[in-house]
Ligand binder design. Structure first.
Ligand code: DX5
Ligand code: ZN
Length: 224
């Protein structure tokens, strides 16, 4: 099932509730929330109080992307604040198996994120327990960057690994995705599509979500 996940990083924070209502009207069922700590990535964004506020005004599934060096400490706090899905970077989790199981025990859906330079092979031993894998298609830290096409090959290989193992986790991609490249993204095996600038900087965010979903679905239909 294809899902478009608008990333609020590109939204107008002074009108966050209206922005969320717009993407919901466009058919989004999930929302992507980028948490940055100024250590793992050179930028700072939102923390648990903002997630808690968003939780109060929407029923959308909240997908929290932790770009922080200590996800073990903070993941439970984000779940408590209302996160449904929590994704942690492989690069900062020496005990990834334990971290993912902890997120699930706290009631969250657990995902692993890979930077563009981290091979999908590093996930072999945890694929059996993940709910989703997020492949970064830009180096994390900022919205509005250009898509790195080599990540498409990582998605194809991950999809193949999932097939070989008979598993069902979702494959998510984040960074530089637009209406123009979303077709190649879904054809590579991705079914959760994160998009910030191409949705919130569009003249009509609701139409941008609907358009992107339609573009993704029709390019998949061509494959069938
Ligand atoms: C980047 C974030 C992304 C970002 C995507 O570090 O993880 O979620 O908001 O923004 P766009 O779609 O503008 O590349
Ligand atoms: Zn993100």
């Amino acid at each position: 099932m294809i899902e478009i996940l608008p990333s609020i990083l590109a939204s107008d924070f002074t009108r966050l509730a209206e922005e969320i209502a717009r993407v919901e009207a466009g058919g989004a069922r999930m929302l992507h929330l980028d948490v940055m700590d100024g250590h793992f990535v050179p930028n700072l964004t939102i923390g648990p109080p903002v997630v808690e506020s968003i939780r109060k005004i929407t029923k959308l599934t909240l997908d929290v992307h932790l770009m922080i060096t200590d996800p073990d400490k903070y993941a439970p706090i984000f779940i408590e604040a209302g996160a449904d899905c929590v994704s942690v970077h492989q690069e900062v989790c020496p005990h990834l198996d334990r971290t993912l199981r902890m997120i699930q025990a706290e009631g969250g859906r657990a995902g692993v994120v890979l930077n563009p330079s981290t091979p999908v092979g590093t996930l072999e031993e945890v694929l059996g327990i993940v709910d989703h894998v997020l492949l970064m298609s830009v180096n994390p830290g900022f919205g509005g960057q250009s898509f790195l096409p080599h990540v498409l090959d990582k998605a194809r290989r991950l999809k193949q690994m999932r097939e070989n193992l008979g598993l069902r986790f979702n494959i998510e991609m984040d960074g530089g995705i637009t209406r123009d490249n979303v077709g190649t993204v879904v054809r590579s095996g991705v079914n959760w599509i994160v998009a910030g600038s191409s949705i919130f900087h569009a003249p009509d965010a609701a139409a941008a979500v609907a358009d992107m979903k339609q573009a993704a679905e029709s390019s998949l239909a061509l494959l069938a």
